[in-house]
Every structure is written in C-alpha cells, then in structure tokens.
Ligand binder design. Structure first.
Ligand code: ZN
Length: 275
C-alpha cells in the first residue's frame, strides 16, 4: 500500500509544531499535529508517520510524553518512544489498560493510521510538570472517555487534543457524545487561556472564540433534535433532514462515523428513544 506524508515543522510562541498530512493509497487523510513544549512531547502521531516522526524525535529535546487520549492517530509511535528513548508516557488512567493490549480497532482505521503497538503508560494526575512549567490536566471526555486537555495558566496556553477539531462537525464516531462534549467545552471555557493548539487543526490565537463557536453549533443542534423528537420524528428521519449529504467516511468506516451518532447521542443523554 502506498503511503505518502507531507511534513511541516514550525514554531509558534515556544511550541514546536510537527504536522503531517497523510495520503494512503491516493486518498488524502486528515492532518495530524504533534507538539513539543518545554521538553514535553504532546501526542505521538499515527504508526504510519513513524519514519517522519523518528527523524523529528532524533533532533528534538524532550524527557516525557503526554497523550491527550489513546486514539491510534495520537498513540501510534508511543511504543517506539518507550523502547528507543525510554521516556515515560503519561495519559488519563482510563486509557492505560487498552494501550497495554494489541490494537483492536477496525480494519479501515488500521489501514488509515497503521497499527499501534502495545505500550505501558503511566497515569496522569490533575497536574503535570514540564522542565520549567506546570500544566493543569483537564479531563474533557465527549470525543473519547480518556481525553484530557493541558493548560498552562501562567501563559494561557491550551492543548485541546481532539475536543475542537472543527466548529461545525457533521459526523462523529459511534462512541462520541454531543452532550458530554458540550460539558467539556463549557469546562474549558471557564479556564483562562488564549492560545489553543488543536491536534488536527493546528494553532488558534483566539482559542476561546473557536470553542464558543463549536459550543453554539452543538447547542443549536441539541435544540433542533429535541424539537424534532417532540414533533414525533425518529433519529433516522432527523438525520435525513438535518444532514442530507453523507460524506465518504460514513461508508468507508462501515458506519462507525456517521451524522446519525450526533442525533442518537443527544437522544440517549435525555433518555429518549431513537425510533
Ligand atoms: Zn481522537
């Protein structure tokens, strides 16, 4: 299978931003960011970018790794880092057991991102220290149960993992929850920050504004879904009305990604039936 990556390296404030856009068998996959700040690596990219990332690691200076969550596009080179550099890898305790086991995610994800090898991670507490800075670890589930954001309150710098990605999401994964994501967005919006580093969309000088946009979109969607439920529509009917166009990922993923999950996660949160 042909895999091609376009790599970019830049420094914003004091954050080194490694990014790569992956093309697998001619299909353009998402862009992934790996950040390095004050001797701390944040996320480790997918296994398919290991060659590119190892070249970056070999000229970078860091002594620990923090994962925003365990998804394979964030944890794919953690095993290499542990074996070759011996650095500790920390993540939310919820994700540790899964990372110690061989990858069990579906085939299309193994083809897209590669196969994450098992590794042993250490549990994050509610704070983590880098060489000269202290980071608040904020549990922010919704996209993934083990998801955390990292905040330096002194400089107002936030690493938001996959909680933001885009303001107007049209599809989510089956395990994601719109209402829980909204709770996490509200929790972050109560923090004091400006710079935001997202794992797929990169840097935003106006982080809170971007999170407010996403929250407003999801609040509006929630309102629509509850109104349509009241009017007697099923989840599938609402999906057809609110999201008439299905992007290719719905079929590629065999339905693991779907706009329908946006709707069913809202209904489930309020204890309402989907049909
Ligand atoms: Zn993710």
């Amino acid at each position: 299978m042909h895999i091609h990556a376009t790599v970019n390296l830049e420094t914003i404030d004091d954050v080194t931003c490694f990014s790569a856009t992956l093309e697998v068998a001619g299909r353009r996959v998402n862009t992934v960011y790996v950040y390095l700040v004050d001797g701390m690596l944040i996320d480790t990219g997918p296994r398919h970018l290991q060659d590119e990332l190892v070249r970056f690691y070999e000229q970078a200076s860091f002594d620990q790794v923090v994962l925003t969550h365990g998804h394979e596009d964030h944890s794919g080179t953690a095993a290499w880092l542990k074996q070759h550099l011996g650095v500790p890898i920390r993540m939310h305790p919820i994700g540790i057991e899964e990372m110690a086991r061989p990858a069990s995610y579906p085939l299309y994800r193994r083809i897209t991102w590669g196969i994450r090898e098992p590794f042993q991670a250490l549990p994050l507490a509610d704070g983590v220290e880098s060489r000269t800075r202290r980071w608040k670890v904020i549990h922010t589930p919704g996209h993934a149960e083990d998801h955390v954001a990292l905040l330096d309150e002194q400089t107002g710098t936030l690493f938001s993992g996959d909680l933001f990605v885009a303001p107007k999401v049209k599809v989510i994964m089956r395990d994601e929850s719109v209402p829980i994501t909204m709770e996490s967005l509200r929790l972050l919006l109560r923090q004091d920050f400006q710079s935001m580093f997202c794992s797929h969309a990169g840097y935003f000088a106006n982080g809170p504004e971007m999170l407010r946009r996403k929250l407003a979109y999801l609040e509006n969607l929630c309102g629509e879904v509850l109104k349509l439920h009241e009017a007697g529509y099923t989840a599938v009917e609402m999906d057809r009305m609110l999201f008439p166009r299905k992007p290719p990922v719905v079929q590629v993923s065999g339905g693991e990604w779907d706009s329908l999950h946006l709707i069913t996660s809202i209904l489930a949160h309020y204890g309402l039936p989907a049909a």
